[in-house]
Design a protein around this ligand. Structure first.
Ligand code: ADP
Ligand code: MG
Length: 607
């Protein structure tokens, strides 16, 4: 076959193949155009997950007759200032969206330019362009896209269910709405209003937070830390939830570069790095962050869908994000998520047990007889029938020997946010009384955090004391784990872990950090090898060290099940108050929960 230049419709369909993957991507292009046009109200209608209809109506600048005609031509754009690809201030710049969409669906555009009296309409049907016709619209632009992909049946087959496509549409609008709190958005799907965000006043300081609360829920806003930082002309702001407010997937991480929603690996990696001290590997923080980068510092033209970006100085962007998040986490200190307290309260719902009818009847007719055995087990459902309250039962509760004198101590307790220890329950939880409530501490989680923070400080300052093992421990391992540990040996020795290769399939451990006390060395080494394989390539040395400290701390802390006396408990509480990040353990679980007396009163119906 001879070489030939492809016809325009084919070229447009190829472009559509890159950018318009599904209804949501077409919608994204249309809404971005409305935002670029300066609209402050954008109304969206979709039918059948966007397959049959996507319509976007805005009150932006609109287009005059000539512009409308050009807008559906390939590479026609009003947005590329001086043809400079490194100074991109709008969402669009490629001039491809409308012609691409028009080549794979049935597109109708009605628009009226600001200040003009007449409106015009143009249609592009599977690449077939119509003549301009007079039309009517109050202001701005309305675009209707029907029968998406009717011209490319192969793509149509790849669409998921209508529900899934609608989910993508909603996610797309949420992301765009998040970055533009001053624009009102609504989405109507198959006749039902599924999203509605009113426009936040421009002069309101917390417009951003209000919009975030509208999108991510009030609970996010309550648990969010403000993030604000700047370095070398790059700015970062936004909100990130405290670690205890986490999710099983990273879908609730919204990142924007110059207000453009992106899903960028470098940025996601930075977030993971900042939170890794506080979250288990399979948990993810919830956040919404906005990076402002001078246009010449970032290339948004990496991918036609513009969801990936490239930074000129990727390291400093990463550093800025990690630093800012860590600062925010440090300031949040021992604040745990409000969700935890709310969960606790709902777990404490009062329980009223009815007396079965049969029992009261019998008691009435035959006087007080010995209750039947079924009644006994009903009365004490979790105890055996011959239950009696023996002192042994209370062996798991260590009461505080000198109870506090209520009124005189309340004042004093105000100085101690975690209060005075009253009891230890099940050799696992410390119960303490504060000035205005009750605190329950998970002793293992709390101690783990303390050991970890201590390790980090010592690592920075005097270096870590080691303890020689009386009998060196030999740990069996496979070759790749051994190789990983050996390659990190210099760093591990610095924090007090001295070991060597032993035979073919093992290592021998001679010294461990003294801080760890009596530890299961075998499982410690295996966990460390896992850490190294997981984080091996992505993390810097200092980040790796922090993670390793976390793993060690977990091995070196007070186990659940160890009895503590009241002095030990109070010492732990005081140490928690003085230690940064003590509100969550290294795995993002809370270390304590707090019930205010006012909540307790609610539970008992006193208020
Ligand atoms: P790009 O956005 O990359 O410029 P598009 O194909 O998306 O390319 O749009 C082409 C042009 O049509 C835009 O540059 C803009 O001038 C005009 N346009 C598109 N949508 C609208 C709208 N909703 N309001 C006003 N002008 C629009
Ligand atoms: Mg565009």
């Amino acid at each position: 076959m001879p070489i030939r230049i492809l016809p325009p419709v084919t070229i447009n369909r190829i472009a559509a193949g890159e950018v318009i993957e599904r209804p949501a991507s077409a919608l994204k292009e249309l809404v971005e155009n409305s935002i670029d046009a300066g609209a402050d109200n954008i109304e969206i209608t979709v039918n059948n997950g966007g397959r049959n209809l996507i319509s976007v109506t805005d009150n932006g600048s609109g287009m005059n007759r000539e512009d409308l005609e050009l807008s559906v031509e390939r590479h026609a754009t009003s947005k590329l200032v001086d043809d400079d690809l490194f100074n991109i201030v709008n969402f669009g710049f490629r001039g491809e969206a409308l012609p691409s969409i028009g080549s794979v669906g049935r597109l109708t555009i009605i628009s009226r330019a600001k200040g003009s009296d007449d409106a015009w309409m143009i249609k592009v049907d599977g690449g077939e362009k119509s003549e301009l016709e007079p039309a009517s619209i109050k202001n701005g632009t309305r675009i209707e896209l029907r029968d998406l992909f009717f011209a490319t049946p192969a793509r149509l087959k790849f669409l998921k269910t209508e529900r899934t496509e609608l989910m993508h549409i909603i996610d797309t609008v949420k992301r765009l709405a998040m970055a533009h709190p001053h624009i009102a958005f609504s989405v109507n799907a198959d006749g039902r209003e599924v999203l509605k965000f009113k426009n936040e006043q421009k002069d309101l300081l917390d417009a951003d937070l209000n919009r975030l609360a509208a999108i991510m829920g009030a609970e996010f806003a309550e648990n969010a830390m403000h993030v604000n930082a700047e370095r070398g002309g790059i700015k970062l702001h936004g909100y990130a939830a405290v670690p205890t407010f986490n999710r099983g997937t990273s879908t609730e991480q919204y990142i924007f570069v110059n207000n453009r929603p992106v899903k960028d690996r470098l940025l996601l990696g930075a977030i993971r790095g900042a939170y890794q001290d506080f979250l288990a590997r399979d948990r993810h923080p919830v956040l919404s962050l906005f990076l402002e980068v001078p246009p010449e510092e970032v290339d948004v033209n990496v991918h036609p869908a513009k969801s990936e970006v490239r930074f000129r100085d990727a390291n400093s962007v990463r550093g800025l994000i990690v630093g800012a998040l860590k600062n925010a986490l440090a300031e949040a200190g021992h604040r745990a998520s409000t969700k935890v307290a709310a969960d606790a309260i709902s777990a404490f719902t009062p329980h009223i047990m009815p007396i079965p009818q049969a029992i009261t009847n019998r008691a009435n007719s035959a006087g007080f007889t010995e209750p039947s055995s079924s009644y006994r087990s009903f009365r004490n459902p979790s105890y055996p029938a011959n239950f009696s309250a023996s002192p042994a039962l209370f062996g798991n509760i260590e009461p505080f020997l000198k109870p506090l004198e209520q009124s005189e101590k309340n004042e004093e307790l105000k100085n101690f946010p975690l209060g005075a220890a009253c009891a230890q329950i099940n050799a696992t939880y410390i119960v303490a009384q504060t000035g205005d409530g009750i605190v329950i501490v998970d002793q293992h989680a709390a101690h783990e955090r303390l050991v970890y923070e201590k390790m980090k400080v010592r690592l920075g300052k005097e270096g870590i004391k080691t303890q020689k093992l009386l009998i060196p421990e030999i740990v069996d391992m496979d070759a790749s784990d051994i190789a990983r540990l050996i390659s990190a040996r210099d760093e591990l020795v610095k924090i007090g872990l001295v070991f060597d290769i032993f035979g073919e399939n093992g290592i021998i451990v001679n010294e461990i950090p003294a801080l760890l006390g009596d530890t299961n060395v075998k499982s410690l080494m295996r966990d460390l090898a896992d850490d190294l394989s997981e984080f091996g390539e992505i993390l810097s040395i200092s980040e790796k060290l922090e993670h390793i400290c976390g793993t060690m701390a977990c091995h070196g802390s007070v186990r659940a099940g160890r009895k503590l006396n009241i002095e030990e408990m109070n010492a732990l509480l005081r140490e928690m108050e003085a230690t940064p990040h003590s509100g969550q353990c290294n795995h993002g679980r809370p270390t304590y929960i707090e019930l205010k007396f006012s909540d307790v009163e609610k539970l008992f119906g006193r208020k």
